[in-house]
Design a protein around this ligand. Structure first.
Ligand code: NAD
Ligand code: TYD
Length: 339
């Protein structure tokens, strides 16, 4: 099989590239990524040595360039990870989110239609369901939960999801969608909660917790997400949405305290800062559908996954230090300077 993976230089996409190259040594993986601030070619250093891997520095909104890649590579399937993915950035500047996340999705699906009704998978998020209250632990997101978004990021992802389902109904494009909870693991960009706290704690910088730190996220080790996407692409029912999550809910403050403990750093580094605008309270996925239909279950327990992740950041300081020494400093000063 030849598969186009967009956004493969980012966090989850790169983990997916490595997972697929390892699992299917005869398949070809074609990565399409325009290397925004979140994309990093050094992440793909090992993959670039594999003859079954090819990289195109291309914007998924660039129809002509995307079509040329389809003509040349003749893919059997497309998995679309490429997106602007950070909620805080979407609050500052929504426009690029609408462009990449919605119009980029349209360009990729148009190419799938044009070059032979190619199998298309959209990597979406549980954030399209909005949030759940903290005092109703009995409630979970199912695939039937209404779309009810809070941020420009989640709205752009929801817009894309609706377009993907419309392309299936209107044009018969063979699509699937996965909506996963928060991922963690190697190559996670250090603007997101877990890697940011690890990077700051290691140099004894304040750990900026939004609001009271009581917001709950449902954390999944990135490799478990990759396995779920692989299963859906190969065995999922066309036209369907699959929620992906491992029933692993944790309040932000508990994660930050755990990171302090693992790194032997004092909790006095924790600094409560102004809350995120429109901050979602709780995400919690009901993964029954993917479990019952495709037999998927998460394999990495949080206690093990977080240790592995922290160890990865300790072993790969060069990777993230290069990032935080660059443009990231301006971002950090803008987002946290006056907070
Ligand atoms: P990321 O920000 O780490 O990586 C995004 C990648 O997409 C980068 O390599 C970037 O260069 C690339 N990209 C951005 N705009 C592009 C464009 N116009 N053309 C080509 N490439 C472009 O994101 P991530 O955390 O790896 O998320 C990947 C996907 O998974 C996203 O669609 C996101 O919505 C979804 N998702 C993420 C999470 C999570 O916890 N991180 C959870 C569920 C779903
Ligand atoms: P994040 O990693 O940005 O993922 P998402 O917003 O997509 O869930 O944030 C996870 C949680 O951590 C979210 O509730 C916001 C919170 N948070 C902080 O408290 N401090 C921070 O510096 C960051 C980046 C996030």
């Amino acid at each position: 099989m030849t598969m186009i993976v967009t956004g493969g230089a980012g966090f989850i996409g790169s983990n997916f590239v490595y997972y697929m190259l390892d699992r299917y040594p005869d398949d070809k993986i074609i990565c399409v990524d325009c290397l925004t601030y979140a994309g990093n070619l050094s992440t793909l250093k090992k993959a670039l040595k594999n003859p079954n891997f090819k990289f195109y520095k291309t914007d998924i909104c660039d129809r002509k360039a995307v079509n040329e890649i389809f003509e040349k590579e003749k893919p059997d399937a497309v998995v679309n990870f490429a997106a602007e993915s950070h909620v805080d950035r979407s609050i500052e500047n929504p426009e690029i989110f609408l462009k990449t996340n919605i119009l980029g999705t349209q360009v990729m699906m148009d190419a799938c239609r044009k070059y032979g009704n190619i199998r298309y998978h959209q990597v979406s998020t549980d954030e399209v369901y909005g949030d759940l209250p903290l005092d109703r632990p009995d409630l979970f997101f199912t695939e039937e939960t209404p779309i009810h978004t809070s941020s420009p990021y989640s709205s752009s992802k929801a817009g894309a999801d609706l377009l993907v389902l419309a392309y299936h109904r209107t044009y018969g494009l063979p699509v699937t969608i996965s909506r996963c909870s928060n991922n963690y693991g190697p190559y996670h960009f250090p603007e997101k909660l877990i890697p940011l706290m690890i990077a700051n704690a290691l140099v004894d910088k304040p750990l900026p917790v939004y609001g009271k730190g009581e917001n709950v996220r449902d954390w999944l080790y990135v490799e478990d997400h990759c396995k779920a996407i692989d299963l859906i692409v190969r065995k999922g029912r066309i036209g369907e949405v699959y929620n992906v999550g491992g029933h692993n809910e944790l309040a932000n403050i508990d994660i930050v305290k755990l990171i302090c403990k693992e790194l032997d750093k004092p909790e006095s580094l924790i600094t409560y800062v102004a809350d995120r605008k429109g901050h979602d309270m709780r995400y919690a996925i009901d993964p029954s559908k993917i479990h019952n239909e495709l037999g998927w279950l998460p394999e990495t327990k949080f206690q093990d996954g977080i240790k592995k992740t922290i160890q990865w950041y300790l072993d790969n300081k060069e990777w993230w230090q290069e990032i935080i020494n660059g443009e990231y400093q301006n971002y950090y000063a803008k987002m946290y300077g006056q907070r």
